[in-house]
Structure formats: structure tokens, C-alpha cells
Write a protein that binds this ligand. Sequence first.
Ligand code: HEM
Length: 486
Amino acid sequence: MATFFLHFSVFLALYIITRHFLNKIRNFPPSPFPSLPIIGHLYLLKKPIYRTVLSKISSKHGPVILLQLGSRRQLVVSSPSIAEECFTKNDVVFANRPGYLIAKHLAYNTTGLLWAPYGDHWRNLRRIVSIEVLSAYRLQMLSSIRLEEVRSMICVLFRNQNQIVDMKTVFFELTLNIMMRMIAGKRYYGEDVSDVEEAKRFRAIHAETLLLGGKTIIGDYVPWIKSKKMLKRVIECHLKSDSFMQYLIEEQRRKILETDCCGEKKRNLIQVLLSLQENEPGYYTDDIIKGIMLVLLLAGTDTSSATMEWALSLLLNHPRVLEKAQREIDEHIGHDRLMDEGDLAQLPYLRSILNETLRMYPPAPLLIPHESSEECLVGGFRIPRGTMLSVNMWAIQNDPKIWPDPTKFRPERFDNPEGARDGFKLMPFGHGRRSCPGEGLALKVVGLALGSLLQCFKWQKISDKMVDMTEGPGFTSTKAQPLEAI
Ligand code: HEM
């Protein structure tokens, strides 16, 4: 038995070493040693991976590294120039997404915008979402929804003056109400919610979907591990979410039949999509419509509310910045009226605060994984077809060689905001074909909400201690401890 183990160990060591050197001969990017049989480098990944593991590996092996995660190869990039190479010269090659199990089971067999493979279907979805939901024209038309929701948040806070408020919940409810009103014309939080049970059901489904969206399913990397328990949970969640979305569609179908509700300007997203379905029922199936609704609800809520929470936390820890932002608002708007979105262009310091928040705490620290559709060269290395790409935006945006004193919250570094975009060194919304189509909406919502909070209230921490800025483990970077403030 002992001889068997000795032989087996020698064989294993030879296998690992040979594979490592073969990768060098094949001109693949550097890779940490060892990559174990079957699991590869999976043993290295501990959360939050962008900050700990990946940044450490990159500082040892350079800005382009190749990991073997079970059966998948992953390219990790952590320099602006290499990121630029991926999203300009190789943008089409990396415009695919990996076919994760979660995308298959939660996102209608990867037919939703976020996980759809690059091609005609994705292009069409992107066009619909860009024109019907997120175009400048549409955003302008729906600006009253954002204003009303922000004002409603202010009223709720006004009634809670001098009390400790859970701001994580406040921000989350705000963004979800805005998205839901754009999609289905209804809100699920606040005072005039008509169907409390329906709202409760939706909130439970949404929370579970977000939670599962942030999980790693081991079967994605080691296919013969079936991850049955996890998949069962994912499928159950999908069934609940699917029947809820279907219910919303049927409700809008009835409304269209019953009333003449669909004047061009007043139409919500479901009504727009149902009218497209009338002309092209074979393409705009209910599943496609539900996929679009789901992706907007998922991609558009957590990211924006997390940004608001990080921004207010940073301001509470830096009272002088907070006061300076309030002075700017007072000077430009005064005390006779509440701010609106039109004021945002006149508030450069508020915009710098948002930039600095997104630099230090990008909600998608590794962007969303891309996948190469053919072989290409990155940083002079050969990248095989089917390699996943993660750009470590957190590492780039917190690199002391690029950003002096990166751990210091200093909005003044954006006094010249044009310069910040140079060389792909600030890219919280990604770049290129798969970049975030919701950037315009997000900046409006976050800017208006944060500006209004600063205009209307004096803010205090709940104790003398600094607000804890530890990051939680999820897919988007959120605070581990929900922000409470007075
Ligand atoms: C602060 C807020 C937000 C941040 C930081 C953010 C960031 C991002 C990032 C980094 C990506 C992936 C880019 C890549 O893969 O290279 C992305 C994709 C996406 N975002 Fe956002 N996002 C935000 C808000 C929103 C909002 C409000 C919406 C819509 C209502 C939205 C919709 C999407 C969609 C649909 C995609 C997938 C695009 C595709 O694959 O073609 N996001 N976002």
C-alpha cells in the first residue's frame, strides 16, 4: 500500500509540473503553482476574492494571469492597459458570457440580456432595453417616477428624525420601487401599497434570487459534481419568480383590454413589450419578456442601492466632505425648493463624491464574467477560445501606482473628471459592447437621492466609532454591516 501511495504521489507531482511547464511553452499567461488535478486553482479562491486572493496573485505574477478553475480557464486582468486591450481590440472576442448553471436555470436558459451569448438575440434585447427603458428620451419621460420616489423617501425619513434609521433598507426600497414602477407601474414599499401580500411575496422572491445569483455552484467548474441540493433551490426560486412575473404580465394584459391605458408616454415596460409581442409573437414570447423584467430588477437595484450606502457611509466617516457637499447644494439651490435632476449638472462636487465612491467600492468589483469566442492575444500571451475573463476593477481602481493614497476618500481627485476616464483606470460600469446600459439611470437615481438627503437633513453616525466599511461576500460588493445613521 505504501509503495502504491509513493508511486501515486510521484506521478501526481510529475503531472502537475509537466502541465505547468506545458502552459509556459504554449505561451499562456503566468499561473500560480500548483494547479491541482480536477480542481485546478479552485482551492485558492476565498471571498472577497477580488481584494484578497486575486490581488495577491496579480502582484506576484503580473497583471495578466491564467487560472484553471476546475474544467474552466479564467483570465484575470488587473491593469488599465490590458483591460483596454480586452475591451477595444478584443472586445468582440470577449463579448460572450460563460454559460453558468445559475444563468441556465434562473435566466430562462441564458436568453436574458445579462447572460445571453453574444449574437443577434443579445443585440436585439440590448436594443429594446436601450430604447424602451434606458434611452435619454425614455429616462426623461419617466423622471417623475424617480422624483416622486425620492420625495417619498425624504418624507419617511422626516418622520424618523433623530432616530436611528436602517439606510440599507431605505435605499433598497427606493431603487426597487423605481424599477418596479418603470416595469409594471406599481410600487411595493411605502404607504400607498395596495396589495401588501403581493408585495411581501415579491420581496421574498427578489431577496432569494439576489442571494442565489451571488453563489458559486461547484458543478459549473467540476461538471461531474451535480450540486443537486443547490440546483433544487435555484429551480424552486425560478418557478416562484416565473409565476410572479407571469402574474404581472397577465395583469397588464387585462389592463390593456379593459382601458385605453397605453398612451405612448404612459406605457410601462410590460405594456411596451406586449405591443411588440402582438406584431412578432414568435420572438417576443412571455419567457423573453419575463427575462427582460428579471434582468432589470436584478441588475438595476442592488448595484445602485449599494452605491448609495457606500457613499453615505464614506460621508459619515468624513464630515468635512459632507459639509462641503452640503455647502455646494445650498449655494446652487438654496433653501426655498428641493433639488431635482436638472440640478445635478450644477453640482460637480457631488459628482466627484459619486466617482470616488465608485472608485473605492465598485459594486461589480470583477465586472461580470466575459468569455472568449475564439483564440486571441492579450498582453502578448495566447488566450484559448472559451476562456472566461474577469477584469479586477477593484484592483485597478485601488492601485497605488495609479491612484495616490488609494485608501483615502478624496473626491477632490476628480476635480478634473475628464482625466479620470483616461487609460481605463476608472471603469465601474465596464466598457465596450457588454458595458452597463443602465449607467445613465443609475447616476441619476444615486445623484438625486444622495443630493436630496444632503439637502434635507443633518446626518450623524450612531456612535463615536467610524462606520464599519467591511465588504460582504456577495456577487455585488455590499457592506457587511448594514448602514445605520441618525
Ligand atoms: C451604480 C449602479 C450600477 C453599476 C456600478 C453597474 C455596473 C455594471 C457592470 C460592471 C456591468 C458588466 C459590464 C461587463 O460585463 O463588462 C453591468 C451590466 C449590466 N447592467 Fe449595470 N450597473 C449599475 C446599474 C444598472 C442599472 C440601473 C441597470 C438597469 C436598470 C443596469 C443594467 C445592466 C444590464 C442589463 C447589464 C448587462 C449588459 C449586457 O450583458 O449586455 N445596471 N452593470
